[in-house]
Design a protein around this ligand. Sequence first.
Ligand code: 5GP
Ligand code: MN
Length: 343
Amino acid sequence: MPKKLSTEEISLAQALVSKANRIVVTSHKNPDGDAAGSAFSMSLFLASIGKNVTTILPDGLPEFLQWLPGYERLVQFDTQTEEAKAAIDEADLIFVLDYNALHRTGTDMQVVLENATAQFILIDHHQMPGDFAVVTYSDTSACSTAELVYHFIEQCYGSEKIDQNMAQNIYCGIMTDSGSFRFPSVTPDTHRVVASLIEKGLDHALVHRQVYDTNMLDRLKLIGYALSQKLEIIDDSLTAYISLSSDELRRHNHRQGDTESLVNQALSIKGVKLAAFFRETNHEVKLSFRSKGSFDVNKFARDNWNGGGHMNAAGAATTLSLPEAIQKFKRLVQQYRLEIINS
Ligand code: 5GP
Ligand code: MN
């Protein structure tokens, strides 16, 4: 089992929840399966014990996550700003799930969270959690925040409180953040949690189908284009990268989440140890980094791009133009060449 909460932390968390009249549950910008699964499972749990809960995400979910139980109660900060602001202002308690610093919600939501009078409970598996929460349940060895949400509920209230709808969400978080149970972060405990979720009525085959087998033809064509035309290899540094401009994305009717798996495809090439993906948006370039072995992309993203994440999966955003970002990346790859090769 991942890190245990101390007796004091359990009492503190129980007291915070019990005395809170209004609770807000949040996760990070560009929410993925773990962000959504963690936020919805925690919201459903809090509602089940009679709490007034608002789930707030900075922006929208890709379609393949919109079926998750609890989605219907989502308040989106970018499009329902006034409602979201009011809920945060009126909250007594705010859950911070799957992110370690308030700026990960984007500048607008960050400001509102910073001015909130509520107390915070943080549950996360990213490195270097901020110290703004009254209870911080952080374990960087956990494969997903959803797994920590399971253990938080288990330790504070008992796992029998987790129902089928919460189970679907927790499983979605574990499955997507563990690369469908393939990353080294998966432990016997991860599988024990999943076994218990199946006993609670989890339909794991449905979660897989909804997340992985609901591609639009445009998405497959975009991935085909990216792999056949835009995949570049830097042979002497065992590095592969893909970039897509906003024009290329537009031409393929790009929708949020369409490029989710591309960087992993680049990493899957035999011998490649570092992969990157560049996606141009209206106002920035989003970067994704992945590595096999010991090259620490979290540190690479932190030190060079003001980003972060985990040792083998990290991300960042830059205001450089797409060609400038690619040039900078190529320069850095030469600089880190030996470290990558020897990783
Ligand atoms: P992805 O490449 O899937 O967008 O993100 C991979 C990992 O990097 C995730 O754990 C995510 O939390 C982290 N990450 C992605 N974008 C950013 C960013 O802009 N800043 C920071 N600090 N972390 C990021
Ligand atoms: Mn996560």
